[in-house]
Design a protein around this ligand. Structure first.
Ligand code: SF4
Length: 183
């Protein structure tokens, strides 16, 4: 196996990971999933998403690494940005948190590259993610929105009957969705 084809895939949730896994595998990558989501609250929601990622790993026959879950550390990391709107400075900082975890994991596992499923979501601007990624030497930009990646993720999620949440992850995204009458 070509060393450059081994990649750590930071996974935000199982539905988003579906089409990313398919795309990376079709390009000859050997993938390790990495569930690092200190941003998710409450803990029950974190465990629900993790369980689905575990199931997805089994379905695609790929290994899964799970980061420590420390939501308080994440809250300290974004302190002062709690009231920012989604896609603003809080999310930028949140992405940096996940990428720093992925960079450390890639180094520890001896993997030359990492990327993220976050680029498949229409709510996560890929140029912003790529800009944050510049600070992390092993970050490799994959724009999974391309080639109808999001629509494909919906198809595959339905096919595998994966749990799909209706808020991004943190308590602030949940609060803002509730304010709009969702959840
Ligand atoms: S809305 Fe999503 S990306 Fe933004 S800070 Fe919350 S969990 Fe992170």
């Amino acid at each position: 196996m070509n060393e450059t084809k081994r990649i750590l895939l930071h996974v935000c949730c199982a539905p988003c990971a579906t089409s990313c896994l398919e795309r990376l595998a079709a390009n000859g990558n050997r993938i390790t999933l990495f569930f690092a989501n200190g941003n998710i609250a409450p803990a029950a929601e974190y465990h629900k998403r993790l369980q689905e990622v575990f199931r997805l790993g089994k379905l695609f026959n790929v290994p899964l690494e799970v980061d420590d879950y420390d939501h308080n550390a994440w809250l300290q990391w974004i302190a002062g940005l709690e009231n920012e709107a989604e896609q603003g400075p809080r999310c930028r900082r949140c992405f940096a948190y996940s990428f720093s975890r992925a960079q450390s994991a890639a180094e520890a596992l001896g993997l030359p590259a990492f990327t993220t499923t976050l680029t498949v979501s229409p709510h996560k601007p890929s140029p912003l993610l790529f800009d944050v990624g510049k600070d992390f030497p092993r970050f490799t930009p994959w724009d999974f929105k391309k080639k109808d990646g999001f629509r494909r993720s919906l198809q595959l999620s339905r096919h595998y009957a994966l749990y799909r949440q209706n808020f991004c992850g943190c308590e602030f995204s949940r609060r803002d969705k509730r304010g709009k009458g969702v959840d």
